[in-house]
Design a protein around this ligand. Structure first.
Ligand code: PLP
Length: 410
């Protein structure tokens, strides 16, 4: 049977994620700056093992049964407390929250709930690849807005919105998707004035802001910036996750938004998976009751900060002399974004990197249009200190070999 002839247009358009493909490379000699996965040593495994046993044996009527689509109320209560204590977000109730299978499902549900083929949605250049893929399932038109250390280019966004208004299409612009803290892949944090300007535009041109914040709690230095949601809880839908602060294997994400939006997204979720796993929801809830999560992640933050410092120094030592090279200085999170001289195509260079036994994600993967081919995403959280330094030497060797082969003078 020819399966190809039976495929939907959506399925035909889906490309396998290069990140997922890269994570499959399991050569122990390889040093990978590729995947943005947390260091497993940071998972509170002993504590979770004890609670897991308890919630299965004592709370089996809840944990081993189907749950509600909206999610475990005990977990929601704990999460509302965290938002009050750490984000200064008040007056939320359970109806403002939807528990999801990680933020990835939240992104998919946002696409399902708000986008049609004729819709427009705003994304950044570069954009978190899997968000763009989730939205692309609905085949919308993307408006791609530059992201720099100053935040997103709100002037450009406004000029595009004006064009839509002139064409009587403004109502088709549904949301602007932003990763506010320690952006994946760019490592950038949107400054406060940029966040405020985005809210101003959302009010003026009537659109939703989809604020994705998986890394905000992983700040090593600098000053915390208030979430966009904390400044406008009507227009902003915030996506959070336990993946980077507890464990991605739990697959617990939380959507926070106005009750109407949450209800609609919960209705979409019903047809996707009925409910999230009650086991991991209750396990997370009881963990939050028993332990202070933010105390627990302090050693993780210290570890990542240390790795980031080692990595930044190795980068300076090995790449600092290349003319036209630059990289972002993340104040938290897992990533930095490296820009090489223009003639270097990091996708083309990738095979050489593999031979040198170092991996990165070519920047090209993070654009919905006009990719900057001389860029790459580097993650510093998983390799050991020695690997961070050695990996950077290998990356420099790769760049030198590539440039020699292409006749590029550094
Ligand atoms: C910006 C961003 N959003 C969402 C996700 C999805 O995370 P999860 O589904 O594990 O919550 C990630 C994961 O790396 C991410 O970087």
């Amino acid at each position: 049977m020819n399966i190809e002839s039976k495929l939907s247009t959506t399925s035909k358009n889906i490309k396998s994620s290069i990140i997922r493909e890269l994570l499959k490379i399991s050569d122990p000699a390889m040093i990978s700056f590729g995947g943005g996965v947390p260091d497993p040593e940071t998972f509170p495994r002993e504590e979770l093992a004890v609670i897991a046993s308890e919630v299965v044996s004592k709370e089996y009527k809840f944990t081993l049964q189907y749950g509600t689509t909206e999610g475990d109320d005990v977990l929601k209560k704990q999460y509302i407390r965290l938002l009050e204590e750490h984000e200064n977000i008040k007056d939320l109730n359970n109806d403002n929250l939807l528990i999801t299978v990680g933020s990835q499902q939240a992104l998919y549900l946002a696409g399902l709930t708000f986008l049609d083929e004729e819709s427009y949605c705003g994304v950044t250049r570069p954009v978190y690849l899997a968000a763009a893929s989730a939205f692309a399932q609905r085949n919308p038109k993307f408006i791609s807005v530059n992201l720099s250390e100053k935040g997103i280019d709100t002037d450009y966004l406004e000029s595009e919105l004006i064009k839509l208004r002139e064409r009587n299409e403004l109502h088709k612009f549904k949301f602007m998707y932003v990763v506010t803290n320690f952006h994946n892949p760019a490592g950038i944090t949107m400054p406060l004035d940029n966040r405020k300007k985005l809210i101003e535009l959302a009010e003026k041109y009537d659109f939703i802001i989809l604020e994705d914040d998986p890394y905000g709690a992983l700040r090593f230095e600098g000053t915390k910036v208030p979430s966009i949601f904390s400044m406008n809880s009507e227009r902003v839908i915030m996506l959070n996750t336990f993946s980077k602060i507890l464990s991605p294997g739990m697959r617990i994400g939380v959507i926070i938004g106005n009750t109407q939006a949450i209800r609609r997204m919960a209705m979409a979720k019903q047809a996707v998976d009925l409910c999230c796993s009650p086991v991991t929801q209750r396990l997370t809830a009881r963990f939050l009751e028993r332990y202070d999560l933010f105390e627990q992640i302090k050693p993780t933050i210290e570890l990542y900060k240390h790795k980031k410092d080692v990595f930044m120094k190795a980068m300076q030592d090995n790449l600092g002399d290349i003319k036209g090279v630059s990289w972002t200085k993340a104040e938290g999170g897992l990533f930095t974004w490296l820009t090489l001289p223009q003639q270097i195509d990091t996708m083309e260079m990738f095979e050489m990197a593999k031979k040198e036994k170092v991996l990165y994600i070519p920047g090209e993967a993070f654009f919905v249009d006009n990719p900057l081919k001389n860029t790459m995403r580097l993650s510093f959280c998983l390799p050991t200190e020695e690997q961070l330094v050695e990996g950077m030497k290998r990356l420099r060797r790769t760049i030198d070999k590539y440039c020699a082969a292409k006749g590029i003078k550094l």
